[in-house]
Design a protein around this ligand. Structure first.
Ligand code: DQA
Length: 144
């Protein structure tokens, strides 16, 4: 099973960035934990991070036909990017939306995700563990 993981803007600064919201782990720590879990459950993961909306769109497009699932934290683009939403509609694989923080417990402008209704499901508020939960979600969906 081959899964693509996309980290959106500013997630490359995890560990330094607003630890009260996002914790102390770095993006590399999260990727390592996911890769380790992947080895255990037979999932191969590719990781991509960008601060640029168009590069995220390009990467989603290039995933077409190549992956069994997509785990994406679009970060701030969650709340604004119709381009990312439209790109996700191209894919016919399970897409799981992940947020480290619980976006519904934060500022009102974070309560709306423009991709929520085009993904299989959302994992929000469980910190880095949310990415591991998302892996379980993809795994179960593909086995059904
Ligand atoms: C985030 C929540 C977003 O509102 C924010 O812009 C982020 C990170 C999260 O993982 O909790 O950058 O997606």
């Amino acid at each position: 099973m081959k899964i693509l993981v996309i980290h959106g803007p500013n997630l490359n600064m995890l560990g330094k960035r607003e630890p009260a919201h996002y914790g102390m782990e770095t993006m590399e720590d999260i990727n390592r934990q996911m890769a380790e879990k992947g080895l255990q459950i037979g999932m191969t993961l590719d990781f991509f991070q960008s601060n640029h909306e168009g590069m995220i769109v390009d990467t989603i497009q290039s995933a077409y036909g190549r992956y069994d699932g997509l785990i994406i934290n679009p970060a701030a683009y969650t709340h604004t990017s119709l381009a990312i939403r439209d790109a996700l509609l191209l894919l016919d694989i399970p897409v799981i939306e992940v947020h480290l923080s619980n976006i519904y417990k934060r500022e009102p402008f974070r309560h709306h995700s423009v991709i929520a209704d085009v993904v299989a499901g959302q994992v929000t508020g469980f910190g880095s563990n949310g990415y591991l939960l998302a892996m379980d979600a993809v795994f179960q969906m593909k086995r059904q």
